[in-house]
Design a protein. Structure first.
Length: 302
């Protein structure tokens, strides 16, 4: 399936499938057919995050090399000027996470396909992302698109609201209390699977191990780890439970990523979790992916 430019309207959300092992792993971890998102601005141009920054570029450049592309449109009939205005503001002021950072967030927050090299992939993704992060946590490419709609009007729920995947109770998953406030309840807890690395690390019995976990030497061969993992998944290779040493090394890489993600942000200190890990948990709970936009019932495929 490929987008037909003549069918597009300004404000349409473009979802794409890219080639390569990193994009394949992103789709696998997210359970989705697509791994990239962009916003059509009209006149043959799109807003998309490229190399860590949101940019405006030609539609043909966005679609070049995509294995699949489709457009989704808001079901509610409404003028899209507020959405496009928010996109213009974000293009001027925001920065975005590179694809490796999105993969690390998914590796920490989603239930993953078991394979012998899974823990190596998780560590390599977390360490690669930690090395790329500078300063405060950036938004993902899909989150850039979602926020154009979510922040189009100040109301917490309005005609531009694009609801994402099912809610989960943050208190149940992580021991963190939900925050009151209009519009917040529907977003807290979304995106962190109860069987994910983050949920495992947040368990009360794990907190003593967290305090003692030291970040081991960073794993640098993400490409090799992804190649091994892809072969194992395709062949259905069985895996064994992690050893204590493997678990501690994974916790160390998770904490390194959490420290890089939080940057200079103030510690939240609202739960028994280490503050930087808590901040990562909350950001992962509010994560938006191209797969989320594909599954949203507030959009339809053009």
């Amino acid at each position: 399936m490929q987008i037909r430019p003549g069918d597009l309207r300004a404000g349409d959300i473009l979802l794409l499938r890219s080639p390569g092992a990193l994009s394949w792993a992103t789709r696998l971890f997210d359970g989705a057919e697509v791994d990239r998102a962009a916003l059509y601005l009209g006149d043959g141009r799109v807003a998309e995050c490229v190399d860590g920054a949101p940019v405006s570029r030609k539609l043909e450049e966005c679609l070049a090399g995509a294995e699949l592309s489709l457009a989704r449109r808001l079901k509610e009939v409404a003028p899209l000027e507020p959405v496009l205005g928010r996109a213009a503001e974000q293009l001027a002021s925001e920065r975005a996470a590179r694809p490796e950072v999105l993969l690390a967030l998914l590796a920490a927050s989603r239930k993953l396909r078991a394979a012998p090299s899974l823990r190596r992939v998780q560590r390599a993704a977390l360490d690669a992302a930690a090395a790329l992060l500078r300063g405060e946590a950036p938004m993902t490419a899909a989150q850039f698109v979602w926020r154009c709609y979510e922040d189009a009007l100040p109301e917490p729920s309005d005609v531009y609201t694009v609801r994402l995947n099912d809610l989960r109770n943050v208190e149940v998953v992580s021991g963190m209390l939900a925050e009151p406030g209009a519009g917040m309840a529907r977003r807290l807890g979304r995106g962190v699977h109860p069987e994910s690395l983050l949920a495992w690390a947040a368990q009360p019995l794990m907190r003593t191990r967290l305090m003692a976990a030291a970040a081991p030497e960073a794993m640098t061969d993400l490409e090799g780890a992804l190649a091994s993992y892809q072969n194992e998944v395709q062949e259905g290779t069985q895996s064994a439970p992690p050893t204590r040493a493997e678990g501690d090394a994974l916790l160390g890489s998770l904490l390194r990523f959490a420290a890089a993600w939080s940057g200079t942000a103030p510690a939240l200190a609202k739960s028994a979790l280490p503050p930087k890990l808590e901040l990562l948990f909350r950001c992962a709970a509010d994560l938006c992916t191209a797969g989320d936009l594909m599954r949203s019932e507030d959009l339809f495929t053009v």
